[in-house]
Design a protein around this ligand. Sequence first.
Ligand SMILES: N[C@@H](CCC(=O)N[C@@H](CS)C(=O)NCC(=O)O)C(=O)O
Length: 292
Amino acid sequence: MSSNPSSSGYVPPRVWTWNRDNGGKFASINRPVAGPTHEKALPLGRHPLQLYSLATPNGVKVTVMLEELLALGHADAEYDAWLIRIQEGDQFGSGFVEVNPNSKIPALLDRTDPAAPVRVFESGAILLYLAEKFGELIPSGARRAQCLSWLFWQMGSAPYLGGGFGHFYAYAPFKIQYAIDRFAMEAKRQMDVLNRRLAESAYLAGEEYSIADIAVWPWYGALAKGQIYEAGEFLSVQEYPHVIRWADEIARRPAVQRGRKVNRTWGEPSSQLHERHDASDFELRTQDRMAP
Ligand SMILES: N[C@@H](CCC(=O)N[C@@H](CS)C(=O)NCC(=O)O)C(=O)O
């Protein structure tokens, strides 16, 4: 394909209209409008915290956080994790939309007071909500500002990695050099930002692991290890040794190893716990142990 940006042949019409079958991986679920497509109540379990999610990088942030809180001894962080199959449109059910009007996983319902449930959406907001509720994994003073800076850095940056680089490199129905060049450059710039930070401190907010690391690791840790978009070689990820050191260290945490299995529907059967309702589910209910 030519790299001349004027040669694609596409001239935008005066008014954009929706082409339902654009050939993209997400064509069946993407729409230009919001709101529910069907009536469906959400299931409720016995714990105060009800999570509706899927083990994508955004979903894993929350299950890792909850497993970290449980590992710290917070029994009140026990949760029910229900599976939302986004490729099947579960995020457009009426019950889900009531919790998250943006129709994206993860979504959390805190029913500590069942008469006044708290609805939280956006993974960064959920991490902050849980960190404040339990008083954990968020430092105080100046380091709190650092932690929030990196947390919000993730929220603003990851769409360029996922929706930009990942989409055009791995998912678009054909390769567009202009788009891949633009977002590969940005993905590498972001990795360099992290690499420089992690050269000077063990974790993003300083010497202590925090919600900033929990937010950034599922995206950029996976990228550094060549685990998303099969892009390790293309982006020369070996150029970011401090990110790789940090990613390996976080991956060794037992709570992270548990959290990444929750609501996972792909990969090794032993790495998939479709729903989690009890700590024993990790031993008893991963897919390798379920009847076919
Ligand atoms: N900024 C949001 C992004 C959430 C998001 O993009 N979720 C994706 C899966 S990773 C989703 O639910 N997609 C379904 C859809 O777009 O219909 C967050 O961090 O929570």
